[in-house]
Design a protein around this ligand. Structure first.
Ligand SMILES: [Mn+2]
Length: 358
């Protein structure tokens, strides 16, 4: 297992690389060229510069999160093939730079959705939270305004202002697209890029939808075991795999995380491991990583990864805002560092107790 932290680059992240390097057990970062809009080609020189900057800080660039998929591909508009060609060019540039892991998602219009980015907890920390009743009361424009106002001045991944300016157009694009059609479009995209992924050994890792159910009437497909399995079976190349995000899949308490991890043995290319606290159906907040702070048994989750032979890249996911840190909501240094160390501790325990010490 390779422990990493997500890093958005010097221009966007409040956390410098040298601080990440001082977290015990963190080998590298997962990063992206954050300023490039979905659909544009990434130049090899830009990727090389990012890699060099990270390596100069004594870390490795262990994957990209994300290379975003253009809406024309998700909605199968006439421009999709041109955008797929661009995506392939980006993959080639990444492959030539030795990058072998790409996380992406296939959620229409919005990336992840939360109703509050700074819910106050009893101990004074704040967390991201979700309440379906709140979401039902607002329209997508208000949603964007809420998110934008509370983002501490940072640009949040998936909520870039230039995208949100076109929100009505984006909604119109998905008229008539149901879950089945969206799934077909995903398979079309994957079949088109797989030869390039195979050539360069790039593992594609789709991120589950967050939360794991339809929001604002838009279709959502990466929500449960059945659909994840359907995807890996439909596009059989080993380069087609999953980002197993426990927080996203676990937003629906009916998803049995251990069972999903075991069922996807060999096809999980990347893991986001975090905890959630469920309040009632459709209502949760993001807890600290520690099991007792939330609703998940983190030891059992880590053991399920270990037992299924997982040996890939891991990162803690959203953290609480603690100790007065001002950062991108969910992406401060302190709580994610605690998360990384805790997950490393669980992994060490599981691995040594198994007698293998892997
Ligand atoms: Mn995640």
């Amino acid at each position: 297992m390779k422990m990493t932290l997500r890093w958005f680059g010097n221009d966007f992240d409040s956390v410098p690389l040298w601080k990440i390097r001082q977290i015990p057990g963190v080998e590298g970062v997962i990063s992206t060229l954050y300023g490039i809009p979905a659909g544009e080609v990434w130049e090899r020189e830009q990727i090389h510069a990012l890699k060099e900057e990270i390596e100069d800080a004594g870390l490795k660039l262990l994957g990209i999160e994300s290379v975003n998929v253009h809406d024309s591909i998700k909605a199968a508009t006439p421009e999709r093939d041109r955008h797929i060609e661009n995506y392939i060019k980006t993959l080639e540039a990444l492959g030539k730079e030795g990058i072998d892991l790409v996380c992406y998602n296939f959620m229409p219009v919005f990336d992840w959705t939360r109703s509050d980015l700074a819910k106050m907890r009893a101990d004074g920390s704040t967390v991201l939270s979700y309440d379906q009743d709140e979401i039902d009361k607002i329209n997508p424009d208000e949603m964007f305004e809420n998110i934008d106002k509370k983002s501490n001045g940072f640009v949040l991944p998936g909520w870039e202002p230039e995208r949100m300016a076109k929100i009505k157009e984006l909604f119109a694009l998905y008229k008539g697209i149901n879950n089945e059609k969206l799934f077909e479009n995903l398979v079309y995209f994957l079949n088109a890029i797989m030869p390039t992924c195979e050539k360069y050994g790039i593992k594609m890792a789709i991120h589950p939808d967050d939360p794991a159910w339809p929001v604002f009437g838009l279709p959502r497909i990466m929500t449960c075991k059945e659909n994840l399995l359907r995807l890996v079976n439909e596009v059989k190349s080993p380069c087609n795999g999953i980002t197993l995000c426990t927080g996203s899949l676990g937003s629906n308490p009916e998803n049995d995380l251990e069972d999903i991890i075991k069922s996807l043995k060999g096809r999980i290319h990347f893991a986001h491991i975090r905890n959630l606290k469920h309040h009632s159906k459709g209502k949760f907040e993001e807890a600290a990583h520690l099991s007792s702070d939330g609703s998940f048994d983190m030891l059992k989750i880590v053991k399920a990864f270990y037992d299924s032979g997982f040996d890939g890249v891991v990162r803690p996911d959203h953290g609480r805002a603690i100790w007065g840190e001002v950062a991108l909501p969910g992406y401060g240094l302190y709580d994610r560092a605690l998360g990384a160390v805790y997950l490393n501790g669980l992994w060490e325990a599981v691995s040594k107790l198994s007698g293998e010490g892997r």
